[in-house]
Design a protein around this ligand. Structure first.
Ligand code: NAD
Length: 475
């Protein structure tokens, strides 16, 4: 094996492996260094997303949703199921198989593109040298013209509730329970808290989510967040807002959490506690001081708009750098950097990155929220459409939620689109494409939408911006 490459990518997650493949497609010699080991101790590419995040959580979200529907919703369709039983081993086994198929698929893709997959922990030294500490054996040094740092992020640990891998766990641990814990506590009502809280709630756990902020899903449009909160409450998710966790103690095999909110002091006793209070860039041990790579005050790798760090020929992408911690954002940065290294021009449109929360109903958005526009004083016009009037959503018995369109009153540009409803994560892509192509609201209004489809709700929301909705009373 050579020790000299055009490009070394440290990290084989959705930012790193995508960048490595794109670079190889452009004729660049690439090594991708990754240290993830699966449950059997074998190297597994794909990072947090494939091994312990997006993919396994979506598998369990799907399975738990089907279980819940079989028990609670099939009867509405006239399907009588005597007893839906849960086989959690089978459910978890299916999850592991899917993860294995996808991670081995990444291996095959790297091989097919001629990318050298190097198992071990990479550390950037001076002069674009990368020290690789393999899982067994002595460290060795690789060299390259360019290095891309794509090491991802780690769950933030709360000093008052350190992870013990047993009863106090991070998001990865919360995907591996072998039984639904009778009582599950979650600290943090963000994306992970809501997704994993939903999984175990549907499978029978009594779930309490403690969220520090006073506003539910503060990063989402508040109208959409309110609607989502109403739906989650109906499903039995107990979310306490403005909750300050004061202490976490192990008591007789349970975890006792004391917290305070506006109403005073409270405590809950739970069987498992998930801490999901955000993730931090995984810079520890990644960069030697001699490499000359600057970090920001928040501990991210400092980069410019095209992911160049302060060290010549060193780039950083994905969760290590500014912007949302989203797999698809990192992948786009990986492709952009590969193209620039290959001498092409490329950029990421940070204004058109979709966010999706895979609860039921799903929540998805792109662009600015109405709250942000109000705060900035920028004029806007807004329209919305309730899923209750969408025929397809009715047929699916999932007619909860709404689609909301926000546009510029002068230019008709689309400023933001927000959806809470069935398949919102798929529907939002139409809005992302429209914004990417700088479509006007009228362009969307004049686009023929198939009938009956869920995306008609988006069409109607766009029409409603100019009080032209057909299946709603325009106010
Ligand atoms: P998050 O930032 O989405 O939410 C963390 C929540 O915890 C926030 O609401 C915050 O107010 C709250 N919080 C922080 N400290 C707290 C405390 N001491 N007590 C109570 N609440 C507290 O973070 P996350 O849910 O941990 O997810 C981590 C990252 O992974 C995020 O950037 C997220 O976007 C990403 N992620 C994305 C998806 C997806 O795209 N569907 C899924 C999972 C994770």
């Amino acid at each position: 094996m050579t020790d000299k490459y055009d490009l070394i990518v440290i990290g084989g997650g959705p930012s790193g492996y995508v960048g490595a493949i794109r670079a190889a497609q452009l004729g660049i010699s690439v090594a991708c260094v990754d240290d993830w080991l699966d449950g059997q101790g074998k190297p597994a590419l794909g990072g947090t997303c494939l091994n312990a995040g997006c993919i396994p959580s979506k598998v369990l979200l799907e399975s738990s949703e089907l279980y819940h529907r079989a028990r609670a919703e099939f009867a509405e369709h006239g399907i009588m199921v005597n007893e839906a039983r849960l086989d959690i081993d089978a459910m978890q086994g299916r999850k592991s198989r899917i993860v294995r198929q996808l991670t081995t698929g990444i291996n095959a893709l790297l091989r097919a593109n001629g990318v050298a997959a190097v198992a071990g922990r990479g550390r950037l030294l001076a002069g674009r040298q990368v020290e690789v500490a393999p899982h067994e054996g002595e460290p060795h040094v690789l060299r390259a013209e360019h290095v891309v740092l794509a090491a991802g992020s780690r769950p933030v640990e709360l000093p008052i509730a350190p992870f013990d891998g047993e009863s106090i766990v991070d998001s990865e641990g919360a995907l591996q329970f072998d039984q639904p814990p009778p009582r599950l506590g979650v600290i943090g009502g963000g994306v992970i808290g809501l997704e994993l809280g939903s999984v175990w709630n549907r499978l029978g756990s009594k779930v309490t989510i403690l969220e520090a902020m006073d506003r539910f899903l503060f990063m989402a449009d508040s109208q959409v967040a309110r609607e989502a909160q109403r739906q989650f409450k109906r499903q039995g998710l107990d979310t306490r807002l403005g909750a300050r966790v004061d202490s976490v103690r192990h008591v007789n095999g349970h975890v006792e959490v004391r917290f305070s909110d506006r109403e005073g002091d409270h405590h809950i006793s739970v069987d498992k506690l998930v801490v999901a209070v955000g993730r931090a860039p995984a810079t520890q041990g990644l960069i030697d001081d001699s490499a000359g790579v600057a970090l920001t005050e928040r501990g991210q790798v400092q980069v410019d708009g095209q992911c160049r760090t302060s060290a010549d020929g060193v780039w950083a992408i994905g969760d290590l750098v500014r912007g949302p911690m989203l797999a698809h954002k990192g992948s786009e940065e990986g492709m952009m950097v590969a193209e620039i290294i290959a001498g092409r021009s490329a950029e990421v449109n940070y204004e058109a990155i979709p966010s999706v929360i895979y609860t039921s109903p799903e929540i998805a958005w792109v662009g600015r929220t109405e709250d942000q526009l109000q705060e900035s004083g920028q004029p806007y016009k807004v329209g919305s459409f309730n899923m209750a009037a969408n025929g397809r959503a009715k047929a699916m018995a999932q007619a909860a939620g709404l689609a909301k369109f926000i546009s510029d009153p002068d230019t008709d540009a689309i400023l933001g689109v927000h959806i809470v409803g069935p398949m919102a994560g798929e529907l939002i892509q139409e809005a992302v494409l429209a914004m990417e192509f700088e479509a006007s609201t009228e362009d969307l209004q004049r686009t023929v939408h198939g009938h009956p489809t869920l995306c008609e709700a988006l069409h109607e929301a766009a029409l409603s911006v100019d009080k032209r909705a057909i299946h709603a009373i325009n106010r």
